[in-house]
Each structure stands twice: as structure tokens, then as C-alpha cells.
Design a protein around this ligand. Structure first.
Ligand code: RBF
Ligand code: MG
Length: 381
């Protein structure tokens, strides 16, 4: 009997199909417990170990922070190196997982997992057939991945092996793997792009990439830089130029905009800066949130020797949406997120579809004496 047959024999299928996620997850946890755990703590055949290392290396090439979904006894979690969070619905499997350096475990369904710090990649290894709903699981994993990061669904024994498991007991393995990029795209949320499929006899890997940003009509905002809320954005290391809240209080343009982080360019005293703007309430500062939705911009490469910017006319041209505004558990997590935003913005704004705007877009042209003092409009008009 192979490991999977042993598992199925130890937890015979219920008469009725699970009707909901809770029942399904309870069944998964029951199957992957007791005897089911033991079969996963046996040494792996060399060739399987090699393929797992290949999967770990693919994820690792995305960056140092990996979300390992269906981590089981942590076999793959221990191979990535860097920072890893392993998620699994089976407490017993996680109990049997060794404590590796940099690896943390979280017991539950990926659908309920929300990390404060985004991951460079998420991997569903040998579990993408087992989830209750592939689309929801994929969306939940992707939401925990950085813009530009990747989500993988992999199997070191290939997609036909998953099909066979499903044929044996589809209450444990509910789904097959997507076998084409079209199929993989169809099950993905809009901000994930099916990117690469390797589907050979003894190895399977599907890779989706999270879109680095969402396109938007270009939004031009102009106004005099206002004082902030004294929460010390300078202390955070990311001083921001705020536009006056009164400017947009009754402007549908701002009120209709999703609270979140936007990339673009800024013009101040005729100088152009790449800019990362937060439009929202700063919910992390509970009790000291912005009373109304405000626009604040961090100007990359602005140096304090460029002088104070209060009351100066600021032009902002927002060209892409990065992420929703979030309530972080503390300042440290917020600063990490802002650092990621800035890194991503600098990278994106150098790309050809954006770079030329900094020299050619009319919204960023130097001001003249008859320029309007405030502007809020979309291009093309
Ligand atoms: N504040 C939040 O509470 N949540 C956020 O997700 C958030 N993202 C931001 C992203 C960027 C790029 C910047 C510049 C600021 C962000 N802020 C966010 C606002 C931050 O709380 C604010 O700049 C300081 O509190 C100073 O007013
Ligand atoms: Mg500010």
C-alpha cells in the first residue's frame, strides 16, 4: 500500500459529500491525522526530494518570504530558507512538523489567513486538489502576496497522480489541477495572471503572477501642501506632503476613489519626483485617524535640503493603484508595508509606460501665474 492508500484506509469516506467548507476541512484534518501523519514523516524517495527542492527554488527565486499552503509536516517549508509561514488545516500534521529557523506555522484554512506582511510567493504544493474551493483559495493566497509576486500550485508526482487520487476518493481530493493556462486563468481572481505551466509525467507546476498594479485613468490633483496630523510621518521615515482635506471634501472624484496606495509623479517647485500616495484615513492610528479622506504623498528622493514644502503648490499625477489601505497592528508593520510600496513604485515608474509621463505629461508642467490654484480631474478628460 502506498502512503495515500494507507491514509484513505485509516479514514474511510463519509457517506455524504461535505456540503460546506467546515465539513470539508474537518474531513481533511481527520484524514491527515494519526496514521496519516506517520506516512508523511517517512524519508522521501531521492527523486521526490529533488523535485521538492526544485519547487522550493522556484519560490525562493521570487524573494525571501514564502507562504507554504498545506504545509503538512513542513517538509517543503524547511527547504525554502528565508522567512516562511506554513499553513495547514491539520493540527496533528503541524504538531509533527519540525521547528526550522525562520519558519512559523498557522493552523487553519488559507481562506481565513491574512498576513500583515506580504509574501514574495505562495505555494500550494500537493494540496491544490484538496482545497474546498480552488478559486477562493487562490484569491486568498494571492491577497497575501506582494504585487508582482507569484502563486504556485505544484505536485512532485504530476497532475495525473492528482487525477488518480480524485478518482479514488473525491471527498479528499475534490479537484484536478488546471491543465492549461486558459483553465488556470479562468479560476483566478482578476488581479492574478496565469503565467507558466509545466505539466510533465512526473512533475507539475502552475505559476500565476499577481499584477503589480491596477491600471486607472490618470488622476491630476493640485493644491497647496497642508500641515499633517502630527503623527510624525517624519519619524516613520516617510514624510508626506498632504493636500488640504477641505480641498476634496465635497469632490466625488476623491470620495469615489478606493482608499489605498497609488503610484505616480509629483511636481513641486518645478522639480519632478516619483511619488507614492496614500488616500484614506490612516486606520492604523486608531483614535487618531484622519477625520476625512485625505491625500498624502511621499516624494521619493526628496531631501530635506530641498526645503520645507508647506504651502507650496503640489501637483500629483496618479497613474496606478497598488493596494487597499489597511489597519496594521502597529507602526512597525505599517513602515514595512510603506517600504514595500516605495520599492514597488520606484520599480514600476521606471517602466516605459510610465517613465515618459514625468517629462511629457501636461499635469506636471511648470506652473505659471494664471494656473488654477487647485485641480482635481482625470485624463483623458
Ligand atoms: N496608513 C494606514 O493606516 N494604513 C496604510 O495601509 C497606509 N499606507 C500608506 C502607504 C504609503 C505609501 C504612505 C506614504 C502612507 C500610508 N499610510 C497608511 C499613512 C500613514 O499612516 C501616514 O503617512 C502617517 O500616519 C502620517 O500621517
Ligand atoms: Mg504628512
Amino acid at each position: 500500500m502506498d502512503a495515500h492508500e494507507q491514509i484513505l484506509a485509516s479514514a474511510p469516506s463519509p457517506k455524504n459529500e461535505p456540503e460546506n467548507r467546515e465539513q470539508h476541512n474537518a474531513r481533511q484534518a481527520a484524514v491527515f491525522s494519526g496514521e496519516g501523519v506517520n506516512s508523511f514523516t517517512q524519508p522521501l524517495p531521492d527523486e521526490v526530494e529533488e523535485r521538492l527542492k526544485r519547487i522550493a527554488a522556484m519560490a525562493r527565486s521570487c524573494g525571501s518570504r514564502t507562504l507554504d499552503v498545506g504545509t503538512g509536516t513542513g517538509v517543503l517549508a524547511g527547504m525554502y530558507g528565508g522567512e516562511v509561514v506554513g499553513v495547514d488545516v491539520s493540527e496533528d500534521m503541524l504538531d509533527a512538523a519540525p521547528q526550522y529557523d525562520g519558519v512559523e506555522y498557522w493552523c487553519g484554512d488559507i481562506v481565513d489567513y491574512a498576513s500583515e506582511k506580504p509574501f514574495d510567493s505562495a505555494v500550494f504544493n500537493a494540496c491544490f486538489g484538496n482545497v474546498y474551493d480552488q478559486t477562493e483559495s487562490l484569491a486568498a493566497a494571492a491577497a497575501n502576496v506582494k504585487p508582482g509576486g507569484s502563486v504556485f500550485a505544484t505536485h512532485p508526482l504530476g497532475a495525473n497522480f492528482v487525477r488518480e487520487l480524485k478518482e479514488k476518493d473525491d471527498t479528499v481530493v475534490r479537484h484536478e489541477m488546471p491543465r492549461s493556462l486558459e483553465e488556470a486563468q479562468a479560476m483566478a481572481p482578476p488581479f492574478l495572471r496565469a503565467f507558466e505551466l509545466v505539466d510533465s509525467d512526473d512533475f507539475y507546476s502552475m505559476r500565476w503572477m499577481r499584477e503589480p498594479y491596477a491600471d486607472m485613468d490618470k488622476l491630476h490633483l493640485r493644491g497647496p501642501v497642508a500641515q499633517g496630523y502630527g503623527r510624525g510621518s517624519k519619524k516613520l521615515g516617510f514624510p508626506t506632503a498632504n493636500l488640504p482635506e477641505t480641498l476634496f471634501a465635497d469632490q466625488a472624484i476623491i470620495q469615489d476613489l478606493q482608499a489605498g496606495v497609488y503610484i505616480g509623479f509629483a511636481q513641486l517647485r518645478g522639480q519632478i519626483y516619483t511619488a507614492v500616495s496614500n488616500i484614506g484615513y490612516s486606520p492604523t492610528f486608531e483614535g487618531a485617524e484622519n477625520p476625512t479622506k485625505i491625500v498624502e504623498a511621499y516624494l521619493c528622493d526628496y531631501s530635506s535640503s530641498d526645503g520645507d514644502f508647506y504651502d507650496e503648490q503640489l501637483d500629483l499625477l496618479l497613474v496606478g493603484y497598488l493596494r487597499p489601505e489597511k489597519k496594521f497592528s502597529g507602526v512597525e508593520a505599517l513602515v514595512d508595508a510603506i517600504s514595500n510600496d516605495v520599492e514597488m513604485a520606484k520599480h514600476l515608474l521606471k517602466q516605459p509606460q510610465f517613465a515618459h509621463l514625468s517629462v511629457s505629461h501636461p499635469a506636471l508642467a511648470p506652473l505659471s501665474s494664471d494656473s488654477p490654484k487647485t485641480v482635481a480631474k482625470y485624463y483623458p478628460e
